[in-house]
Design a protein around this ligand. Structure first.
Ligand code: GLU
Length: 220
């Protein structure tokens, strides 16, 4: 298990994301990270160990922006190191994932044959590259996530942001939990209700196999 939190809206999101991750600590984790869009690009800060280490890293390198995703990782594939911590980045895409990609070896080999270079030993990074490949081929983020997940066998909850489409967070789930939170001109997602309860009481669990697009206007 691990924790996912996502935010889109008018507020600076780094503190909201860290606060949400803190409320998911009970799920267990070995490392943590955030990806935030600053108006021009997505920046990532990650740290091994307790959330306090991430908070310290963020003090040295603050992430400013109001679109972001956060993650506490419980390593299944790849050691608990900073490069294996989420979010994982592929080109314009940043992604957090909870679960296990069963066919990761086969997918990784196919991507490597196409020249993709991997930065981590995780199963998760594969999904980031698959989504990136689809956006390169012209898909919007929703379609890119849908097509990428079509290749994937396994359990997942994912939250994805795209530097080139910074008006949305795309979320999807299959056999791992994810709830959507509705605010006024802002939207949240998280692995569990307590993470976002201080911000909204209006929540909806994402259904099996569902893909959702969170924007300031709501859920589509
Ligand atoms: N399988 C992924 C990894 O090892 C995600 C683990 C998790 O759910 O935290 O990075």
């Amino acid at each position: 298990m691990c924790g996912i939190v996502g935010y889109i809206g008018p507020q600076a999101c780094a503190d909201i994301l860290v606060d949400g991750l803190r409320r998911l600590e009970y799920r267990g984790y070995d490392s943590a990270g955030l990806a935030v869009y600053d108006g021009k690009k997505i920046d990532v800060v990650r740290a091994v160990g307790k959330l306090q280490n991430l908070v310290k890293a963020l003090r040295e390198r603050p992430l400013e922006g109001s679109l972001g995703i956060g993650h506490t990782r419980w390593a299944t594939h790849g050691r608990p190191t900073e490069v294996n911590a989420h979010p994982h980045v592929a080109g314009n895409i940043a992604l957090v994932h909870n679960g296990i990609i069963e066919n990761h070896l086969e997918l990784k080999r196919q991507l490597q044959e196409q020249g993709v270079k991997f930065a981590s030993d995780t199963d998760t990074e594969i999904v980031a590259h698959l989504i990136h490949r689809e956006t390169q081929a012209g898909s919007d983020l929703f379609d890119a996530v849908r097509k990428a997940l079509g290749h994937v066998h396994g359990a997942y909850a994912v939250a994805v942001i795209d530097q080139k489409q910074p008006d949305r967070v795309v979320v999807a789930k299959n056999a791992s939990p994810l709830v959507i939170g509705f605010g006024e001109g802002e939207m949240f997602c998280a692995s569990d209700i307590p993470a976002i309860l201080p911000y909204t009481k209006q929540m909806l669990p994402l259904e099996e196999g569902e893909i959702g697009v969170l924007s300031k206007e709501g859920l589509a």
